[in-house]
Design a protein around this ligand. Structure first.
Ligand code: UD2
Length: 315
């Protein structure tokens, strides 16, 4: 069987991708377990797990030198924007330096690679107000996280034009689904909301804090659609050397989201309103025309996505 490498492969997106790909590939995973959990992975003899950091040059060199990968998905990152503001130097090592090192290792050792896919973020667009965001919209990265994502993405794409390394990048909007870690206040808002609904269902006391009036909206994209997008981008000839928004093209407000979950579960979640978070943007919405042109068509809207998620979480 052919080999795939997923960095950050026990995290939310990485583990979901590994579980999908292990039917057809030997899936190599490198993860330092800083956010993810090995229990996210299905039990399979096709998974080869390496515990370590993508910033470890010796470890990465060994991994890339000794294996021929058909695809590499670089999903390892410090995902918290707040962390990047607190610790710009540390987060830069993971979110930027590891990418450049991986590109160099691929240039040297991966002669049969079909694609390296890098996970970037909608954060690169920052707070410029024109919506929806197209890939060529104004880029205004406002945090170390966003700056690293944008610069790493540009390096990744340049390695195709400069050296012919087959690369692509994706800019994730707000991804949600089972296995998303809800432990930090900066975890994806849907995972926090679902956790609180779960507590109430179990008879515990819980509430959800809305920062602002709840009318802020996001383009929430379900993990199954994200996996489809990653695979389409990795396998399309047209996606070489270019980047794609990964969203649904539809925005949902927090208020509407909470109503949707309430009506699916028939449970009421007490809400507390607090001041908006510093730097929070009001609306975020992807234009997914470019991804559509290579065959992406999201299968889940917020209602079907939340139904699927809640089924997995509450069964
Ligand atoms: C997302 C990404 C972030 C960065 C950013 C770029 C996630 C988890 N975060 O941040 O990494 O790429 O986009 O724009 O995908 N909220 C509450 N209560 C809570 C938690 C959140 O009201 O307990 C609000 C929050 O203030 C925001 C909205 O919910 O208005 C969405 O928050 P988020 O952290 O899920 O995602 P976002 O878009 O701020």
């Amino acid at each position: 069987m052919k080999k795939v490498l997923i960095t950050g492969g026990v995290g939310f997106v990485g583990s979901s991708l590994a579980n999908r790909l292990l039917q057809n590939y030997i899936v190599y995973i490198i993860d330092d377990l800083s956010m993810g959990n090995v229990n996210n992975l299905n039990k399979s003899k096709n998974i080869y797990f390496v515990q370590g950091s993508v910033t470890d040059k010796n470890l990465m060199t060994k991994l890339i030198k000794e294996n021929n990968f058909e695809y590499i998905f670089h999903l390892a990152a410090i995902a918290s924007v707040a962390d990047s503001v607190e610790r710009p130097l540390d987060t830069h090592k993971v979110n930027f330096d590891s990418v450049l090192m991986l590109l160099e290792l691929c240039r040297e050792y991966q002669k049969n690679l079909k694609r390296l896919v890098f996970s970037s973020s909608a954060a690169v667009y920052g707070d410029e107000e024109t919506l929806p965001k197209k890939e060529e919209s104004v880029i205004r990265p406002l945090t170390p996280y966003a700056i690293d994502k944008f610069s790493a993405e540009q390096y990744v794409l340049d390695y195709y034009s400069l050296y012919g390394i087959p690369t692509s990048a994706v800019r994730f909007f707000n991804v949600y689904g089972p296995n998303q870690n809800s432990s930090s206040p900066y975890s994806g808002v849907i995972s926090i909301i679902v956790d609180n609904f779960k507590k109430i269902k179990e008879g515990k006391i819980a509430h959800f804090t809305i920062y602002g009036d709840g009318e802020q909206s996001r383009d929430f994209v379900y993990i199954e659609d994200v996996l489809d997008a990653l695979i389409i981008v990795a396998t399309s000839d047209n996606s070489l050397g270019t980047q794609y928004n990964v969203g649904t093209g539809t925005g949902t407000t927090l208020n509407c989201l909470i109503d949707t979950v309430s009506s699916i579960l028939k449970i009421n979640l007490p809400i507390i309103y607090e001041e908006s978070r510093a730097g929070d943007i009001k609306e975020s919405l992807a234009d997914i025309t470019k991804l559509g042109k290579i065959g992406f068509n999201p299968k889940f809207d917020i209602v079907t996505g939340m139904n699927d998620y809640l089924k997995a979480k509450f069964q």
